[in-house]
Every structure is written in structure tokens, then in C-alpha cells.
Design a protein around this ligand. Structure first.
Ligand SMILES: [Zn+2]
Length: 390
């Protein structure tokens, strides 16, 4: 088994990456390595596994065996501890030019293990414009042993100047069967659950995995999909909006609480809080206040992002619901994402017209746009619920 075996339904990308890894090995061996590229852009819809593909490629570059999947090098890459792999995961809503400059300096270092220095930049689309400009310069003239792996939903999400200097790897949405197969064979999920989770997640493999393995996630999905039939009056719409926002807030709080605490404690320790020294030490503590403020800002930005992602996931869930309704109204012979809710789907399909369903889907998409544009979530979602009621 190689590191590429985990990339479900991505035969085309795997072929490209395997060839590139072979070319890279040629370079290491002193050959020309035609086909080796120093900047890559991994794109694909959410859940298609952009980061997984980039990480597998990093392992293939750093493993002396082209990504065997079981040596120390491979293992270190996959758990994120390899000294020559730096993973950048913008935690907040954006990645600053200051952070980018520091990153570029680190990227320029020679590989410690004699192969490559790999920078895996997840969500590269979150780089601010000035950060992207700084990045461009680094990509234009990469040190001979540095490889940049950028990930973004679509090529258009990056400036054309960056995009045009990267080799593009496009990941496809894996089929329901492929996802179910992986869950059943690699995660030991019973076939029936695997099928349900794969359908409900619509090709989003990590979402499918958490649906299959985590009961809380299943419960949250049920709560979201119970919304359409609950919207019988204005009061119900307002309270459904409130519940959705509150769940997202709770999710963000839970995901960040422990992380925030340990980061803050670490920072306080670094700046020697609690010591009573004078002079130099006082200066340190003063510098600490600024650093603490910066950390708090970053933490706030991260919480906002998690909350927004969680809301967006719920909205996409609702879109999948109404898409199923539409399929039923048209009598289309397609697989329903929410086959387990056939009864609810059928009731709403009978009680409304396809035009109304399309209008509802539209209202959800508009709400996503408004959230993206920083409209107050409660207000945006309330307006959407009222539109869903019709
Ligand atoms: Zn290996």
C-alpha cells in the first residue's frame, strides 16, 4: 500500500502525482527530473480531500521509497511531525503578510534530511492580497529544494499570477460507492451505516466519516433537517434561526476552548508572567501584553471562522434537503442524499411546487452569500427561514 491508496476516487490526480514524485526522485539522484515542479495548486470541492492529496504527495517527495506508506518518513509526514514539512493552516479568517514573510524565510532553509523542503499551505485562498503578493515572489524564484503545495477550493480563488505559476491538480468529488467502500473497509463501519453516511455527505469524505462514527454529528444533522417541516409560523422561523446560530456558537466554543487555554498559558509562560523582576523583565511583560492581545485577536478570528463554517455546513444540509424535494417533484430517478427522510421529503414535495422549491434553494444560497459578506448571522438566517416558510 502506498500513501496514495487513501485518495478515494482520484485516479487521475494520483497518476499525475506519482509521475511527479518519480521525477522528483530523479532530481535527488542527480538526474534532470523532467516534470518536477516547485509549485502546485490542489483544488477541488469541499471534502474532495485537497489537503489529503497534498499531504500524500509530500510523503511521496520525502520518503526514500516514493511514499511507501509505512516507513518513518511517511509516518512523520502523515502525522504532521516531519522536520522538512511545514503545514500552514490559517486558523482565522485571513493569513497576513507578516505571517507569510516569516513563512517564506523558513521555506528557504535547506532540507534537514537531504530531500525537499515542503510547504503545505491549506486554504491558501485565505491569504490577504499583500500576503499573496509576498507569496508570489517566493513561488517565482523558489530555492532549488523547496516545493510549495497550495490548496484552495477553485483555481479562481487565487490571484492569476500565482495560479499561472503552479501546476494544477484537480480533485473530483468521489462517488457515493467509493466513499461507502472506504468507510466500510478502512474504518470498519457496518455497510448499511457506511451507505447512509456516504449518501448524506454527498462525496464529502471526512463529513461522511464523522457522520458514520459520531453520534453527536448525526443528531445535529437530524436537527437541521427537521427545520423545513417546523416552519409553520413566524415565531417558529425566528426560533429555528436562534437555535441554528446557538448550535454554531456552541460548536465553535467547544472546538476552541481547550486550544485557547493552552495557547494563552504558553504565552504567559514565555513572557514570564508572575515573576517580580525589574528592568528587562518588566519590558518583557510589557511586550507580553501586546502579544497577548494579538493572540486573543487570532483566537477570536478562529472562533468566528468555526462558527461560520458550522453555519455554512448546516445551510448546505438544507440545500441538499430541498434538492431532494425538487427531485421528487420532478420524479427524477436519482439517488436522494437524504433517503432516510423520505417521509418528510415527500410531504413537502406534495405541499409545494418546483418553483417554490427553487425559490427556497435560492434563499439559502443568498443567505450564504450574506454571511460571507459579514451580515449579522441571526438577521441573515431569520430572513432565510421566513423565505423558506414561503
Ligand atoms: Zn515511506
Amino acid at each position: 500500500m502506498t500513501v496514495f491508496a487513501d485518495l478515494v476516487g482520484q485516479e487521475q490526480a494520483v497518476a499525475v502525482l506519482s509521475r511527479a514524485a518519480a521525477a522528483a526522485a530523479e532530481v535527488i539522484a542527480g538526474g534532470r527530473g523532467a516534470g518536477m515542479t516547485h509549485a502546485w495548486l490542489f483544488t477541488g470541492p469541499p471534502g474532495s480531500g485537497r489537503e489529503d492529496a497534498a499531504r500524500a504527495f509530500a510523503a511521496a517527495l520525502l520518503c526514500p521509497d516514493g511514499g511507501c506508506g509505512h516507513c518513518d518518513q511517511c509516518h512523520q509526514v502523515l502525522i504532521g511531525s516531519h522536520p522538512d514539512l511545514e503545514t500552514v493552516r490559517p486558523a482565522g479568517l485571513s493569513y497576513s503578510v507578516k505571517q507569510t514573510r516569516e513563512l517564506i524565510l523558513r521555506a528557504a532553509g535547506a532540507p534537514t534530511q537531504g530531500r525537499w523542503r515542503v510547504i503545505l499551505f491549506e486554504d491558501a485562498d485565505r491569504a490577504t492580497e499583500s500576503a499573496a503578493n509576498a507569496l508570489l515572489k517566493a513561488i517565482e524564484e523558489p530555492p532549488p529544494r523547496t516545493v510549495w503545495l497550495l490548496c484552495a477550493p477553485a483555481p479562481d480563488d487565487l490571484m492569476i499570477t500565482i495560479r499561472s505559476r503552479c501546476r494544477l491538480v484537480t480533485l473530483a468529488t468521489p462517488s457515493t460507492e467509493a466513499v461507502a467502500h472506504v468507510l466500510a473497509t478502512r474504518d470498519s463501519v457496518p455497510w448499511e451505516t457506511a451507505g447512509f453516511a456516504a449518501r448524506a455527505a454527498q462525496g464529502h469524505i471526512s463529513r461522511a466519516r464523522s457522520l458514520a462514527l459520531d453520534e453527536d454529528v448525526r443528531r445535529r444533522r437530524e436537527a437541521v433537517l427537521a427545520i423545513p417541516k417546523s416552519l409553520t409560523g413566524v415565531g417558529e422561523c425566528v426560533s429555528a434561526a436562534e437555535r441554528l446560530v446557538k448550535t454554531a456558537e456552541e460548536e465553535a466554543a467547544a472546538a476552541t476552548a481547550t486550544l485557547n487555554e493552552s495557547e494563552t498559558a504558553e504565552l504567559r509562560r514565555l513572557y514570564g508572567e508572575g515573576s517580580t523582576g525589574k528592568g528587562l523583565n518588566r519590558g518583557l511583560v510589557r511586550g507580553g501584553a501586546g502579544a497577548l492581545k494579538e493572540l486573543e485577536d487570532r483566537q477570536k478570528s478562529r472562533a468566528t471562522r468555526i462558527k461560520r463554517d458550522s453555519l455554512d455546513a448546516a445551510l448546505l444540509e438544507l440545500v441538499s434537503f430541498y434538492r431532494d424535494v425538487l427531485a421528487m417533484q420532478f420524479g427524477a430517478a436519482v439517488e436522494l442524499a437524504n433517503d432516510d427522510l423520505r417521509f418528510d421529503l415527500d410531504q413537502i414535495a406534495r405541499a409545494s411546487t418546483p418553483e417554490e422549491t427553487l425559490r427556497r434553494i435560492d434563499a439559502i444560497m443568498r443567505c450564504r452569500e450574506r454571511l460571507d459578506a459579514n451580515v449579522n448571522p441571526q438577521i441573515a438566517i431569520e430572513a432565510m427561514m421566513l423565505a423558506l416558510r414561503g
